[in-house]
Design a protein around this ligand. Sequence first.
Ligand SMILES: [Zn+2]
Length: 294
Amino acid sequence: MHHSRDTAPLSPRLLYAEVERLGRAYPALSPRVLGTSILGRPIPLLLLGRGRQKCLYVGTHHATEWLTSRLLLYFAEELLSAHAAGERPYGLDLSFLLSRRTLCLVPMLNPDGVAIHLGEGEGDPLRERRARMAGGDFSHWQANARGVDLNHNYNAGFAEYRAVEASLGITGGAPTRYSGAFPESEPETAALAGFVRATRPRLLLTLHTQGEEIYCAGEGAHPTARRMALLSGYRLSFPEGAAAYGGLTDWAGGVLGIPSFTLECGKGENPLPPAEALPIYRTLSRLFFESITM
Ligand SMILES: [Zn+2]
């Protein structure tokens, strides 16, 4: 793994370079594009394996949480390199598993948000509106390019969440917590939700920072969540209120019944420092690998 590069936040530009590098180094990886962000950035989708059953991993709904994209790149690279070398990490027969399963990694669902948070602002027509939403300070920007919080934009408890928004004083685009005009109103969430409906993954793991917590929804998800907690040392949590509305896990798990898990990676204040990515990955590596079998 190319740890020397990992001292900077993972911008969309760095992400695209990493995806290209992995694609060149490992023929087993198929880099694809899930969709396009509001500002026209590609949303990469990495496919690995040729099984009918899909395991889907999603990073960076929230702009300050780009570290989760790095975690998924580490996972992809460790898996690809072990597979190429014929190794059996954690005793797993990767060749067999990858004939039965296809891993689908969406490392960065919100590339526009990350660019905005990192100050790689662009002269797009929404820029002034965003500056008003954020009071000119993008250090806590979580949303996409028009101020929709992507992890409140799925069709789960959407109407109920409107009341929560009102109580928070949110009536439109904002740096965080605005759910959008209607479910899947954003190209980023529409692309991902369409992919979930089309592929019906057997497991959906969504990464956020921070808190060292796991929560789950969907049929039979609880025993798997307990196993994940055991493998990572993270604690199980069952959030109520604002955190449980409109999220990908709430929708895919609670509405579609797909075993769905949210992993709150690491501990500290967002954005976590780039140097934390590798130690956090080490804590989660076994969970990621074993999740292929879950
Ligand atoms: Zn988050």
